[in-house]
Design a protein. Structure first.
Length: 95
């Protein structure tokens, strides 16, 4: 499922990616994905120099370096594109 990813500021989407949600334990480079994260692949960089979350992501420091690779991304920083309107409405309700 396509997604937008943000880090440090929810108002700035830094890459567009694809999130992999399965019922099996997700692995990246033979390491389990933390429960607080999704397994994502970075498909398009919107801000090349933006930092990636520091969750043991194989040494990737910025979005440009992670382009085309799998990495762990915190679930609370993932916006599922198909459900974007639902997430935004829920966020505003919580204000």
């Amino acid at each position: 499922m396509r997604c937008k990813l943000w880090h440090n500021s929810w108002t700035q989407v830094i890459p567009i990616g694809k999130v992999y949600i399965t019922h099996e334990k997700e692995m990246i480079h033979h390491k389990p994905v933390p429960k607080i994260c999704y397994k994502v692949s970075i498909q398009e960089s919107l801000v090349d120099a933006a930092c990636t979350p520091n969750i043991g992501n194989s040494g990737f420091k910025n979005v440009k370096d992670a382009l085309g690779f799998f990495m762990a991304w915190p679930k609370d920083q993932v916006i599922l594109i198909d459900q974007e309107k639902v997430h935004i409405c829920i966020w505003f309700i919580h204000l």
